[in-house]
Write a protein that binds this ligand. Sequence first.
Ligand code: SF4
Length: 326
Amino acid sequence: MPLNITFKETLSSYNEMIMKSFVEKLAEYNNTLIEIRLYEPSIATDFSNYFCKLEGLLKRQLENGIKIKYEICTAGVGLTMKQAGFFREKNITVCLLMDGPKSIHEHNNILLNRMGSHEQAVHAARLLTTYKVNFYIGITVTSVVAMNIQRIFSFFIENGWNSHAYWPVMCEMHQKMPTELLSVREYQYFLEQLFWLWKDKRMNRQPVYVREFENLAGVIKGYAPLVSSLSGQCPFQNVFFSNGYIYSRGCREGHTEYLCKQLEEQGLLVMKSVDVKTECKMCRWVSLCQSDRMCCMNSSVFCEIYKDFYLSILPEIFELLRNLGK
Ligand code: SF4
């Protein structure tokens, strides 16, 4: 089971002392796989220096044989050829935030100078393609995105950006779903439309990857989840802030408490947050629903549509798997 750590602020914000004690504590784990997620909306010019410092600390503290996967989440603003080459060299997966064509993307993504960021996101996607960086598009589902999902999906496919992950908009972690930005019915419409778009392409053996549905198909088939979102651990399980606070939320009982105890002993302040609700633990869909955005954070808001959705797609996924000979 991978251990997921999300650095919630840009790497340059973390003081060396805090970073060092955090990494020392990580070394006490038995996890053979650690997934580090970095958040860098605009790639800082000195990002590679900070990354190398973090990588060096991890290499020094962790035993050989422990695998570390890095992922960076970015809007692609300011990405240079050199940085794209660096991501490739360090095997860093990139989640590039883009919400579709310009008019839809810029509905929600305006830079501080009040300019839209679409052009920069498109430029970044082209650079990442050129440099053969492993990347996927991350799409935040708002009302506008939900109601235009066909256009958005076509835009990405036409550009050859076939790998996507979608998540409903939310307030800061562990907060409620802002239903004024995405209503339950809009999200239901979105899920259904996207599922059919994905299934149609997959039935025709076209290369498209929608992370959530690929995972559902894999889990239904009995495979281990492809990403942590369905492994019973939320990717936001351990969110590390530059002031040393770590928000910890586990989808499996026991794990959160263990981590909190370990980190508190190290003098880091751990804020325990949301646990899986009792109704989810009892639910027949929990193994499918234990997804990054699907279950823990939004259960009270989207639960009613998830149950119908899982029921309706189950035979469709079986049909797809048969068609693919799996
Ligand atoms: S369908 Fe509802 S009750 Fe079941 S696991 Fe998902 S959010 Fe929880």
